[in-house]
Design a protein around this ligand. Sequence first.
Ligand code: E4P
Length: 308
Amino acid sequence: MLRPDQIHQGVGDRRVSMEAVNPTEKGKRLAHPAAFAPRIFADTATLDEIRPLKEGGIINGVTTNPTLLKRAGADSWASADKIMKEIVKYMAPYPVSLELTELEPDKMFKQAKKLAAFGDNVVVKVPTGGFGQMERDPFTGLKMLRRLWQENIRTNATLVFNTTQAFWAANAGASYVSPFLGRVADYLYKHDQVERGPGNSLYYMEDHKMPAGGPDVGANTGYVATDGPRKDAGVRLINEIVTVFNNYRIHTEVLAASFRNAVQVTECLLAGADILTVPAPILMGVADHPLTNEGMKAFVEDSKTFDR
Ligand code: E4P
């Protein structure tokens, strides 16, 4: 868990200069107490999961990806498009992220335009990097983010694993950046048996040189979450990105993604994430606690004595 002294104190300044998530309607006497709360999205492409969450006022957005679409039953582009369109329509005007799968610039742009045409609330997910095609163009993702920004198409820079990627994506015009905290934790548990300090790296700079004949510099593979234990690494990455964005008043929203449990939800709130996209099963449990149930059971039992 993040310690309070690790949390950047200025996080709130940036939020309040952004659009209110819970604005108070005109004429209402009671102002909404959480005007600048983070937005909560459902990380799913299954409409049956989305419906109760939206109706309950739990979510105000959705993120999808091809894996989630496949899980929702898509087995062709026609069925994937159908599912995406249904979600976009159902969630309007709330944002729905739809992911690019093309890797060549012109094809990416064409696909982005197609997805954006599904509705005004579409946010196009663009992978941040050059997709390992460094000898060709390491800026493929960044250029696409900039091109779509120029076209007034909102983007979500996805698969972000370090603060550098997040900064450059914002600089290119991304509306959201999505650090994948769960995958950071998955990777570290699987590969980094020995905790090394300071900080944790998904890879180490000295392990990754440019291809033979290239300049002798390391690839951008550290995720730069400084210090602290492995299990907190993903959420510290989010806190770092929020801190950098706060330093420069960058209004790109930090969309915490790839959740594995409800504790990470609390950690991301402490870290100052602007948006949390959470799988439906985790969202279904966030308001529960065994002691709440136990306490209420006793209160209900005691209230029954009033009827006698
Ligand atoms: C975010 O937009 C992604 O859809 C998602 O959070 C990926 O998470 P995963 O690591 O569980 O696949």
